[in-house]
Structures are given as C-alpha cells and as structure tokens.
Ligand binder design. Structure first.
Ligand code: SAH
Length: 257
C-alpha cells in the first residue's frame, strides 16, 4: 500500500538531504523515491546520510522533469514553507496523510513533492499539484530542512496507515512474564483481592468491621480506577500474604521474584 506513495524531490542541491530523505522514508515504511534533476547525485554524502537506507537510494528513479516524476499519479501534493500569491487548496500534514491513503485505497497513486533547499517549488510546479501542504511551523521561521520536512509528512502517512490497518502505534509491551501478565484482571479476581485485602487490614488492626467508615468502598474506588493487570494483582496479593505472615509473627522468608 505504502509503495503507491512516492516522494518526489525537485532539483535538490545537497546530496546529504537526499540521503536524509531516503532514511526518513525507510523509517516510515515508504520506498519509492523519485529525483527530478538532482544537482549532485549519486554521491557518497547521500549514502552517508542515508545510514541503512541505501536500498532506497539505489532504487531511486532519476528523471529530468517534474512531469515525468508524476506519471501514473492521481493525487499530487506539493509542499511549501510559505504562503504563495495564488490561494490554493491547502492541507496540513495529517490531512495530507489521510487524503493520500484514501487515494491509494481507491486504487490511485500519490506523489508528495518537495522543493529546492533555497527556493522551494516554483509557482508553475505548485500549480501542477491538486493540494498544497504546509507544515504549521512558526511563521517567523517557517522553512524546515528538506529531509526533516520529508520526515514529518512520511510520519503522518505512517500514523494514518497504522490506524487504517488496526495496528498499534505503541511499541509492544516489554513485559517479560509474557502476554498473560499484562491482561487486565477480571471482576472475580478483583473480588478475591478485596476479600484478601479486608482480612489483612483487619488482621493488622487497620480496619474495624464494626466501624468500617467506608474504608472498603474507598479502597474499591481507588483500585477500580487503576486498570490493574494480572501481574500487578499478583504483586498486591503477594504483599498481602507477606503482611499476614509478618502479622502472625512468622519468620519472613524472602522469595526470589
Ligand atoms: N526557501 C524555500 C524553502 C525551501 S525548504 C521556500 O521559501 O520555499 C525545502 C523544501 O522543504 C520546501 O520546498 C518544501 O518542500 C519543504 N518544506 C520546508 N519547510 C516546510 C513547511 N513548513 N511546510 C511544508 N514543506 C516544507
């Protein structure tokens, strides 16, 4: 799906930026890079900045004109750091990502077009784009580095794509006790815990069932807010068990956890 979205860099002067853009793309799962008349490419500086994304550089399609770069695209989005004279339909990066994925879903291909480091895209080039995309930077200092602008847009594409795939945007949990441990506790497990907690509190003299003063309700409310996992419940139950043993005066035997 993401292979239907190409990144087009127009007339880039610094090869390092081409490498940086390739790296940004690969990080976000995009692979198609098109270079329109790059000023200095191939180059060792591009390779150095690409860091492990040399495959994207090797696979880059080099063309002479923007027109050639856009062949096959049904949606063309041109990025711009500043306001242009002619008002044009404008999207922010998030809207750009949503529109791009929608287009791909409908069977189309998309181009995200980026301009020259010193001059951006010309008006003529911008007019080849259905939408303009502006990263809402500080108007006093609105121009991002080219590769950074590529990163922002491809990040938004990835976020939208992950959401569309129903995939998590957070890293898998690093629980060592396996998936089971991070599952939430069930109502019956919580009831057993509240019973254990109450008997422990009575045992250590903190809770007097003949004068309860809403203690257990308040504790239920507290734990109820906590979305406790099975692992955390085991810890709490362990603490209660050890507290009971200590209250009975049993020698404390530290378990290795
Ligand atoms: N002086 C140029 C800046 C070019 S920066 C100008 O005024 O247009 C190089 C490229 O990075 C731009 O052509 C655009 O593709 C991208 N870029 C930089 N800042 C951006 C921003 N705030 N929003 C969208 N794209 C941006």
């Amino acid at each position: 799906m993401l292979e239907k979205i190409r990144v087009v860099l127009v007339n880039t002067s610094h090869p390092g930026n081409i490498g940086g853009a390739a790296r940004a793309m690969k990080n976000m799962g995009l692979s198609r890079l098109v270079l329109v008349d790059p000023q200095d490419f191939p180059s060792s500086e591009a390779v150095a900045r690409a860091s492990g994304a040399v495959d994207i550089l090797d696979g880059a399609h080099i063309v002479g004109t923007l027109e050639e770069a856009l062949v096959g695209c049904s949606l063309v989005l041109g990025t711009s750091a500043r306001d242009r004279h002619i008002p044009w339909p404008l999207l922010d990066p998030r809207e750009c990502a949503t529109a791009s994925l929608q287009q791909v879903e409908q069977g189309g291909e998309v181009a995200l077009v980026f301009g020259r480091e010193y001059a951006g895209l010309t008006n003529e080039e911008l007019q080849r784009c259905q939408f303009h995309v502006h990263i809402p930077s500080d108007p006093e200092f609105s121009s991002l580095n080219l590769a950074t602008a590529v990163q922002v847009l491809t990040y938004e594409v990835r976020m939208a794509w992950l959401a569309q795939q129903g995939q998590p945007t957070k890293m898998a949990k690093l629980e060592t006790n396996g998936e089971q441990a991070s599952l939430p506790v069930t109502a019956d497990e919580l009831e057993l815990f509240y019973g254990h907690l109450e008997s422990t509190l009575v045992q250590i003299g903190f809770h007097d069932p003949s004068n309860p003063r809403h203690l257990m309700s308040r504790l239920r409310r507290l734990y109820g807010r906590s979305n406790i996992s099975k692992l955390e419940m085991n810890i709490l139950r362990g603490i209660l068990t050890e507290t009971q043993k200590a209250a009975r005066g049993e020698a404390h035997k530290r378990r290795d956890v």
